[in-house]
Write a new protein. Structure first.
Length: 400
């Protein structure tokens, strides 16, 4: 447990001309509504600034990394000409108690007029973070070590390290690349061939130690061996048109996809070569638990938690009439809690048996990402206020 007072940091970033961060003790600005026998949440850190889109803890719990933008993108071409950029906040959580440098800010100059990329990936050893503009950064020093070399794309839409940290895979939504993390040498490029359509939105992710799932608008879906760059398997999908891979779990070799033509969501067990229908209705979010034992699905009127082993609903959380849209969900590492974020700035903490334990609200209009640290003692929230270039990161201490 960190056990310190609540700190507030206001950071105003003008894309190359940042003002110094002001760090002060602050009164709690969030509203917490607790149910009986609720979990207790204590505010630890509040980072205010421009919109935040992602938040990630390092595997050793020391670092928190968040990506966001420093200027609105209502007119991407004009913002690009004006030198708009994204920024990455690296927070040293050890410094909350040791008094060291707490916040480090990195700039990502935009090299595309389409949109900034807020993808992040931290290596399993908690030494490096790879950013959406392909920079590889040392977490300890904040120095850029190298830039991923590829002739395919200029920015990364999604990426992940292999479980053993030997490989990095990334995609821009059109093509994918595989690097060895030994000097980040480019090994393979997976191109969308003329006969193929674009990669669908969704993770390009490891389904096993050396095998990646490549999500394209085609049937069947392919699996690639990262060591050889060859197709090692295919899986037919229950759709004839476009689909979206919504989550992947390498622990149990699972992935879930949404058929865009029928609104049907399926879970695929790669080892068993089988699939099952989750729901055939609009779905706003889906996430697997770390072990793959459970899965949470946000539907219009309920959140359903499934026991994946038997494909059955484990518990259901009913939602009120006209509920806010679910924009982020994550399980705790111990898999006893589910955090659910909404487009009204609220976050619910739910037990696996469907009990609401705690609700809180941050001073922003939309939750963009949620993350527990590996020890499940901290919950990080990133948020944005679209149209106003406001947002931030909030860290809460979780106490049973």
């Amino acid at each position: 447990m960190i056990g310190i007072t609540h700190w507030l940091i206001n950071y105003t970033d003008y894309c190359g001309f940042p003002s110094p961060a002001s760090i002060t003790k602050s009164r709690l600005s969030q509203v917490v509504v607790s149910a009986e026998n609720a979990l207790h949440l204590s505010p630890v850190l509040e980072l205010r600034g421009y919109e935040r889109q992602s938040v990630v803890f390092s595997p050793n719990s020391r670092w928190l990394v968040s990506s966001g933008q420093t200027r609105g993108w209502s007119n991407p071409l004009q913002d690009f000409r004006d030198g708009a950029c994204a920024s990455v906040w690296i927070v040293d959580l050890d410094s909350l108690t040791t008094g060291g440098q707490l916040l480090r800010v990195l700039k990502q100059r935009m090299e595309t007029i389409f949109s900034p990329s807020h993808s992040l990936a931290i290596d399993p050893n908690s030494e490096l973070v790879v950013l959406g503009n392909r920079q590889v950064v040392d977490l300890e020093t904040g120095q850029v070590l190298t830039r991923l070399k590829t002739n395919i794309f200029s920015y990364i839409q999604n990426m992940s390290f292999s479980p053993d940290g030997r490989y990095l895979i990334a995609s821009d939504g059109i093509a994918g690349s595989v690097w060895s993390t030994d000097n980040f040498t480019l090994l393979h490029s997976i191109l969308a061939l003329p006969s193929d359509r674009y990669f669908t939105r969704g993770p390009v992710a490891f389904i096993d130690q050396d095998v990646i799932l490549v999500s394209k608008d085609e049937e069947p879906l392919r699996f690639w061996d990262v060591t050889t760059g060859e197709v090692v398997g295919k899986f037919p999908l229950e759709t004839q048109t476009s689909f979206t891979i919504v989550d992947v779990n390498a622990s149990r070799h699972l992935f879930a996809y949404h058929a865009n033509d029928t609104e049907a969501t399926y879970v695929v067990d790669v080892e068993a070569e089988s699939s099952w229908l989750v729901a055939q209705e609009p779905m706003s979010h889906l996430t697997f638990s770390p072990s793959g034992e459970f899965m949470a699905v946000a539907l219009a009127d309920r959140i359903a938690i499934y026991d994946v082993s038997n494909s059955r609903v484990f518990s259901t959380i009913a939602r009120s009439n006209n509920p806010p849209r679910v924009t982020a969900m994550t399980f705790s590492p111990r898999e006893d809690l589910l955090a659910v974020g909404h487009n009204d700035g609220s976050v619910d903490i739910i037990s696996l048996d469907g009990q609401l334990l705690t609700s809180l609200r941050v001073d922003s209009s939309q939750i963009t990402d949620l993350a527990f640290n590996p020890a499940a003692t901290l919950l990080a929230i990133s948020a944005a206020q679209p149209g106003e270039n406001k947002g931030g990161v909030w860290i809460w201490q979780v106490e049973p």
